[in-house]
Design a binder for this molecule. Structure first.
Ligand code: ZN
Length: 145
């Protein structure tokens, strides 16, 4: 294991162990579920919006370390963002995992790069993406209303 991989692993475990964002959100305006049956990941996302900005976001559910770490990172990352910014970030995260694109996350979101390590394990890519595709679906659903 090289230094990068070790660092990535540490960041993922740190996010997995954090329970800061793991709770339901009273009064959430949007709520969406996502599942990844091949692994047993099953999560719910809660979102609060004000003036087109994400004021709070949380998740609940069960999942493997990669899935829950990714959900925690997502919550930390999108808090305070406008919806177009969230859209752009989802696109970048998915690009990194599914098209092997070099991500250009802002400095304060560099922890997200740790998920690059998952690219080597194709079966786990879905785990890393679950929270992000769930958020994407939630936002698409909101647009239709
Ligand atoms: Zn999983």
């Amino acid at each position: 294991m090289n230094l990068d991989e070790e660092l990535y692993r540490e960041i993922i475990m740190e996010n997995y162990r954090s329970t800061k964002n793991k709770h339901t959100l009273e009064g959430a305006v949007r709520h969406h579920e996502g599942a990844n049956p091949s692994c047993g990941d099953d999560i719910e996302l809660f979102l609060m919006l004000e003036d087109g900005k994400v004021t709070d976001v949380s998740y609940e559910g069960i999942g493997c370390s990669i899935c829950l770490a990714s959900a925690n990172m997502l919550c930390d990352a999108v808090k305070g963002m406008t919806l177009p910014e969230v859209d752009e970030l989802i696109g970048m995260f998915k690009g990194m995992l599914t098209r092997e694109e070099e991500p250009e996350f802002p400095e304060e979101l560099s922890d997200l790069e740790a998920m690059q390590g998952v690219r080597k394990y194709p079966l786990r890519i879905k785990c890393a993406l679950l929270a992000w595709t769930t958020l994407e679906e939630m936002l698409e659903e909101g647009e239709k209303q």
